[in-house]
Design a protein around this ligand. Structure first.
Ligand code: DUC
Ligand code: ZN
Ligand code: ZN
Length: 467
């Protein structure tokens, strides 16, 4: 009988803290040994010349989320977690969205039904609170936190989702009581509504004006307000998908005051600008997401946020719609104004290669920061660090093995998601995750899926390490 089920031999391992060379011994899905020249195994994976990292945890993805009015998301759980695994991820955290008038419990039940048996990576769900009724706040939400749904997102914009300040305070009061973690989409709804109407009246309806309708001021103001409400409520807060310097500086200021305010940024804010929304005809719709990509100074600020620990997590905000599809971005229902273009872009498969290449290989961040912002900090923030997010004895064997030197041009075909484009098409990338193991099983290798769908399981979470 072999000593281990699997040995990953001879790789260069990096965690959020250290880099060292050794073998990894895996049994029953967990790391049981780190050492030199470990004995025998049923499968030995040669990692000589490769970098061995904790599998990515993408804590901000949208999968099979109801998107309203004839619009359909491009990914279900099978295709999204397939792309995630091919891109070096081992866990994703999508949002289970409550629609107005629907109970949270019902929403959670429906979402589990979509995910069960469909996943290649492990999954867990945040909640989106859109209808904070007395029943939701008093009964359902507290019970769901006890059941392992320990984080929830609130929106300050979008019809059907935006909460008033009063409603946000009520949600935060539950979070304080239950020690749950609140995430916020911070953009000023009234500013966006006002500017959208004005732009349309002036005939300015092209995708580019999506960015004009959601200026930095709208994000900065809402960020400041959300932080203020969190301070008043005495709760930690994650400001998600931060796109620019002013919002980043609001978060830094709060952190310097000693508040538990955390920041997240995403690949689109490091690599795209609002000029990408300028494509011919409706091509710019491919880049419509919210907040929108900004300018090169904003990109620089987002890099600084990662370098200086203002942002602790780097997520994809994968929110996929097909482009050339009546249910997607291109003139939904024949409507041509940017107002109707579904907000969101795909990125779950591209997130890690883009940051590895643009960040680590170009010398903007070191490999330990890469691991922290793509895996370890996500596990800590969202109550998974007892099992996930690092390479250590006793942890789940969630591992991505990288060829750090391979040079490729990114194409949508490499990502294997349900969309029909990637906003990162044509990027020259150095480094790629060649093998991904989820709880010790090879799920993706050399661009192919090897595990059956359903290997990925649902994770009940502990309370956040940030609370
Ligand atoms: N917010 C998200 O979190 N994702 C996609 C679109 C949006 O507005
Ligand atoms: Zn959002
Ligand atoms: Zn999102």
């Amino acid at each position: 009988m072999s000593d281990f089920d699997t040995i990953i031999r001879g790789g260069r391992i990096s965690t959020a803290a250290d880099t060292f060379h050794c073998d990894i011994g895996i049994r029953d899905g967990r790391i049981v040994a780190l050492g030199e020249k470990l004995g025998s195994a049923d499968e030995v994976i040669d990692a000589e010349g490769h970098w061995v990292l904790p599998g990515g945890i993408d804590s901000h993805v949208h999968i099979s989320q109801p998107s309203g009015d004839g619009i359909v998301m491009a990914d279900d759980f099978e295709s999204a977690t397939r792309s995630a695994a091919l891109g070096g991820n081992t866990t994703v955290l999508p949002f289970c969205m409550q629609e107005k008038g629907v109970s949270l419990r019902e929403a959670v039940k429906a979402y589990h039904a979509k995910a069960d048996g469909e996943c290649y990576t492990d999954v867990s769900f945040h909640l989106i609170i859109s209808d904070p009724t007395e029943q939701v706040l008093g009964q359902e939400l507290p019970a769901l936190v006890d059941d392992g749904y320990t984080s929830f997102k609130v929106f300050m914009t979008y019809e059907g989702l935006a909460l008033s300040d009063l409603e946000m305070l009520k949600v935060m009061a539950v979070a304080r009581e239950k020690r749950a973690l609140v995430m916020v989409h911070a953009e000023n709804y009234d500013v966006i509504r006002f500017l959208t109407d004005q732009l349309e009246q002036a005939g300015k309806t092209a995708p580019r004006f999506h960015a004009t309708s959601r200026p930095v001021i709208a994000e900065r103001e809402a960020t400041y307000r959300a932080i203020s409400l969190a301070e008043l409520s005495d709760v930690p807060l994650v400001v998600v998908h931060v796109s620019n310097r002013e919002a980043m500086e609001e978060i830094r200021r709060a952190q310097q005051k000693g508040l538990k305010i955390f920041g997240e940024t995403c690949p689109q804010y490091l690599t795209l600008t609002e000029n990408d929304l300028d494509g011919l005809n409706m091509e710019g719709a491919k880049y419509v997401c919210s907040p929108p990509p900004r300018d090169t100074d904003s990109q620089e600020a987002c890099w600084q946020g990662l370098q200086q620990n203002v942002f602790s997590v780097f997520s994809s905000d994968h929110c996929p719609f097909r482009y050339d599809d009546p249910q997607g971005k291109l003139t939904p229902k024949g409507r041509t104004s940017f107002r109707w273009v579904p907000n969101g872009i795909p990125g779950v498969g591209a997130r890690l290669p883009v940051l590895f290449s643009e960040g680590v290989r170009k010398g903007r961040i070191d490999i330990n920061t890469f691991v922290a912002v793509t895996a370890t900090n996500h596990a800590r923030a969202y109550g998974l660090s007892a099992r996930k997010g690092t390479i250590a004895v006793g942890m789940d064997a969630d591992v991505a093995i990288w060829n750090p030197d391979i040079e490729q041009t990114l194409t949508h075909a490499m990502l294997n998601d349900g969309s029909d484009y990637t906003p990162y098409e044509g990027m020259k990338l150095t480094g790629w995750p060649v093998t991904t193991l989820v709880r010790g099983k090879v799920v993706a290798r050399n661009g192919r899926i090897e595990a059956p769908k359903g290997h990925g399981t649902y994770l009940k979470r502990d309370l956040s390490g940030y609370v």
